[in-house]
Each structure stands twice: as C-alpha cells, then as structure tokens.
Design a protein around this ligand. Structure first.
Ligand SMILES: Cc1cc2nc3c(=O)[nH]c(=O)nc-3n(C[C@H](O)[C@H](O)[C@H](O)COP(=O)(O)OP(=O)(O)OC[C@H]3O[C@@H](n4cnc5c(N)ncnc54)[C@H](O)[C@@H]3O)c2cc1C
Length: 494
C-alpha cells in the first residue's frame, strides 16, 4: 500500500541488510509543469524534472493515518530531505526549538545511508584545536552530553536508549614520531580547555591491557570522550520526533524519493517538492540533508533551472567489522590509531570526478584501526575508506585487511583464524558524505533563499549532528549562532 505517512507505530529494528544491501537504480522520469497552491496563495510554479530512485527497504512500511493517505498534497513549515542522523536531528531541533511543523522525506528508511554503518564515537581526541571543525565538534559533543544527562534526569537510561557510554578515547601511536605528535596534541587539547593526558607505554598498558605496547607505544587519552550506538540513537530520535505527530507538527515520508522542486513563478522560492508519490508544500524552508546523494540530487533538481550549483560531495565507502558477543577480551575505552587523523582528512584525489574515482579504487583505499566495544558486548573494528562510486557491496578483501590491521594492535585476535569469525560477525558498509575540503557544508543555497544544505560530514556525522542541527535551525529561525558558521558556508564551496 502506498502511503503518505504520519507514523504511529515503531518499525522493527534495523538490520545490517538495510545498510549493506542498499542499491540505487535510477530510472528516468519527469513531471509535467503545473500550478500548485498552499495556504491561501496561488503560485504559478515550474516543475524541474528529475529521475526517480527505486530503493529496497529493509523494514516494513510505517503505519499510517488514514486521513493523510487520502491527501496527496500536504503543507508543512519545514521539509527535511534525508532521514539520516543529520536530517533527523535537524527535524528534532525544529520540533523542540520552535512551533513549526516538519516533514522528513527519505527515498528509503533511516539507517539505509551512512548513518546505519557508523561506529558511534563522539570524540574530540582526533580533532585538532583551532581547526574549523573544533568548535562545531565541541558544541556538538556538549549537546550530546546534555541530551544524555536530560535522559538521566527523566529517570531514563541513556545507555539503553542511545547506547551512550563515556568510555574516554585513546589515540594510539607506535613510533617516536607518533609520540611527539601525541604529546603536542595533548598540550593543545588541554590549552583548549579539555581534559587530556599523555600515556606512556606502561600507563597505557594499565588502562588498556589487551593492547600490544612496547617502548615506542603511547597514547593521548581524553577521558570525557563518549560513544553511542548509531541505530539506537536513530530509533530514539525517530520516537522523539513522532511525539509531535499527534499535535499535527510532524510526519514521515519514507520510501518517497524526492524527484522535483516546484518554484514560485514570482520570487523563485521553492514552494513544494514532489516525491515519487505526492506533493509536499513548504511555508518556510527546505533542508537538503541527503548525505552523499546531496550533490547528485541537487544537480538533478536544478537541471532545468538557471541556477548553477555544484555540491562537490562524493560517496566515500567504509566497512566496519562487528565481532558479535565477543568474549576473548574486553575493551575499556574507544581506540584509534594516530594515523586515522590523516586517514580521515587526507584529500587523496581531490579534483577528479566520482566516475574517474571508480577506476582508481585501489589507489584510494586506506584502512586505519579503530576499535570500540558496544553495549551488547560486540567489538566493532574499523575502518576502511575508498572511493567506489555509490556501490555498497561488501568486499571480503577489505574486511580481511581490517581484521589484520586490528590484529597488529590486539594480539589475542591473531589467535583466531579469520575464517573462524565468519559465523559471529556482522559487516557494516556505508557511504560517507565526503567534501574535498574536509568540512561539512551547512547553510542557504545561493540563488534559492529558502533551501538549505546540511551535508559533507564524512566520518564525523554522528559526532557533529547535534551541533549541525542547532546551527542550521538557528539560521532558518534567525537566532544568534552559538558556533561561527562561516567555515561551513555553501557560498564559494558549491
Ligand atoms: C564505516 C563508517 C563508520 C563511521 N563511524 C562514525 C563514528 O564513529 N562517528 C561519527 O561521528 N561518524 C561516523 N561515520 C560517519 C557518519 O556515519 C556520517 O557522517 C553520517 O551518518 C552522515 O549522515 P547523513 O544524515 O548526512 O547521511 P546518511 O546517513 O547517508 O543519510 C542520507 C539520507 O538521505 C536519503 N536520500 C538520498 N537521496 C534522497 C532523495 N532523492 N530523496 C529522499 N531521500 C534521499 C538517503 O536514503 C539517506 O537515508 C561513519 C561512517 C561510516 C561509513
């Protein structure tokens, strides 16, 4: 049953299948021009053509309100395109911070994009004080902590609801050069006001006994770094947003690919979007938070308009290996090798297009050790980065490289054969939204005053989500900004 949905019941938990098996097969299609109306005004609108995306959903259609099914046109103050962590937190922020009504539209379901693959670290340890991302990261981490604390105040358990744990993070180095870098980093981080400590090999061994250490091993320890479970976090956010549905302020349209924009014949503002199933009118703002698809989506949406906008976001594929119910050892903290800092921010092939990147997968593949233990006792090992277009196929050779790299840090893993873990493993594959300059892009789109972009968080979207949501909603609502948004502007970068 096709459904324009106001969600009432909670869907089943997301499966790995949602993440790794997502395939997008684009088919050409178009919509005829038409006039549309919302509120009391009539707009002579032009429809911009687009292709539809057929997606496979890993979970059932949401339950719907019968009255909304019968209406193919609905009006909201804000339309958010994309139900990943960025879109859902933006929707949440509008709901809790204003009285506006919000609809979230996704071509598939939450966690079908990068979000469902996320490891869940909410860390400052691998961010650099003074960098453009530092203040946003700091603000966002604070907002996550406040959310966890507010749950505790309500008698709820953030561990249960978000998979929230304050484990602290260890950024691990294994050469004298690494150790110099780490000591400098600890100094900088302390100067920036966070708690941080340099751990020599003996101190590190006490903190994390399963980690292989020798005289050249050391770590930067940030005791206040946290982690969450991305899928639990998303379920929590969805539930929270749905509380506003009964007040008429919230609706979800899952499995509704956005296919065109309708613009006012007057000032050119976007007044509605068309999905594959209906038309959603917008009174205040449209937010494009479609992760790595944001660039191709905008290109398609604007194809027949006079506006030239190239959002250079690209899919950067990542694999994670989850060892389920792992009982060979316990991790006390989240860990990351120091090389991850470059691995994340490196700009290996900045100026070439995605299709060219397709032919250069091997060159751009990198694997860097990250390790966390989730609330269910699973060990999560990461992670890979490569440019492979929009392909989300699981690559066994990459999993084996993640396994080998982790084995260099945790000798007990080497006591097991790679083949032995195949029955108790889960692999997560996701496409990080990569921006060539390493920063998310958050703000109004030039030429489309009421359309805002929020994407490009690459490997940090979970960490940066709440800060991004606050920044974006403050822009739309005209509130003063808590963090300087200038480094993230769309203008000049797209
Ligand atoms: C292996 C891996 C590990 C990671 N670990 C961490 C971590 O530990 N900490 C951290 O902070 N970050 C981590 N990340 C990064 C983080 O997951 C991403 O930055 C974040 O999920 C991006 O969220 P998003 O909402 O922008 O994109 P997505 O989650 O990809 O969501 C975009 C949504 O837009 C929808 N969409 C696309 N096109 C359309 C359309 N035409 N119409 C409607 N909807 C559309 C998609 O279906 C999708 O649901 C990791 C990523 C990977 C891959």
């Amino acid at each position: 049953m096709a459904a324009a949905s106001t969600l009432l019941s909670h869907p089943k938990p997301h499966t790995n299948d949602d993440v790794s098996s997502l395939r997008s097969h684009f088919k050409p299609s178009s919509f005829a021009s038409q006039s549309t109306s919302f509120g009391s005004s009539k707009f002579a609108s032009k429809s911009l053509s687009l292709r539809t995306a057929a997606t496979r959903s890993g979970r059932p259609e949401p339950a719907t309100l019968s009255h909304s099914e019968s209406r193919s046109d609905q009006t909201f103050d804000v339309l958010v395109i994309g139900a990943g962590i960025i879109g859902l937190t933006i929707a949440r922020q509008f709901l809790i911070g204003s009285d506006l009504s919000v609809a979230v539209i996704d071509k598939s379901v939450p966690c079908s994009g990068a979000t469902g693959a996320g490891q869940g670290y909410i860390w400052m340890g691998h961010k650099t004080p003074g960098s453009d991302l530092w203040d946003l990261g700091l603000r966002s981490q604070k907002l996550w902590e406040e959310l966890a604390e507010s749950l505790i105040e309500q008698g709820l358990d953030p561990l249960q609801l978000l998979g929230w744990k304050k484990t602290g993070s260890l950024l691990v180095g294994r050469t004298p050069e690494d150790l110099d870098v780490l000591k400098r980093r600890v100094k900088q981080v302390c100067e920036a006001g966070l708690r941080a400590e340099y751990l020599s090999s003996s101190d590190l061994h006490v903190k994390e006994p399963e980690l292989l250490v020798d005289k050249d091993t050391g770590a930067a320890f940030l005791p206040d770094d946290c982690q969450l479970d991305a899928r639990r976090g998303v379920e929590y956010l969805e539930q929270g947003n749905r509380n506003y549905a009964s007040k008429g302020r919230y609706a979800e349209f899952y499995n509704h690919p956005v296919i065109s924009l309708l613009r006012s014949g007057g000032n050119g503002d976007v007044v509605a979007i068309k999905t594959s199933r209906n038309t959603l009118h917008c009174k205040k703002a449209i937010v494009v938070a479609a992760g790595c698809w944001s660039g191709s989506l905008m290109r398609d949406l604007l194809k027949e308009s006079e506006i030239v906008l190239d959002v250079p976001v690209k899919p950067r594929k990542g694999h994670l290996l989850v060892l389920e119910n792992f009982n060979s050892f316990h991790l006390n903290h989240g860990l990351m090798e120091v090389g991850y800092v470059d691995h994340q921010t490196a700009n290996p092939l900045p100026s070439i297009s995605t299709s060219e990147l397709l032919n250069q997968d091997e060159q751009s593949l990198s694997v860097s050790m990250t390790a966390t233990m989730d609330t269910m006792g699973n060990i999560i090992l990461g992670s890979s980065r490569q440019f492979a277009g929009f392909c989300t196929e699981l690559e066994e050779s990459i999993i084996s490289r993640i396994w080998e790299r982790a084995g260099e840090f945790f000798p007990k893993l080497k006591e097991k054969l790679f083949s032995d873990i195949s029955k108790s493993r889960e692999v997560r594959v996701g496409l990080r939204p990569y921006m060539p300059d390493g920063k998310p892009v958050i703000g109004p789109m030039p030429g489309l005053a009421n359309v805002f972009l929020a994407t490009g968080h690459e490997g940090g979207g979970l960490s940066l989500a709440l800060g991004t949501a606050e920044m974006l909603t403050d822009m739309v609502l005209g509130n003063s900004e808590k963090v300087n948004s200038a480094p993230f502007t769309v203008h000049g970068r797209c």
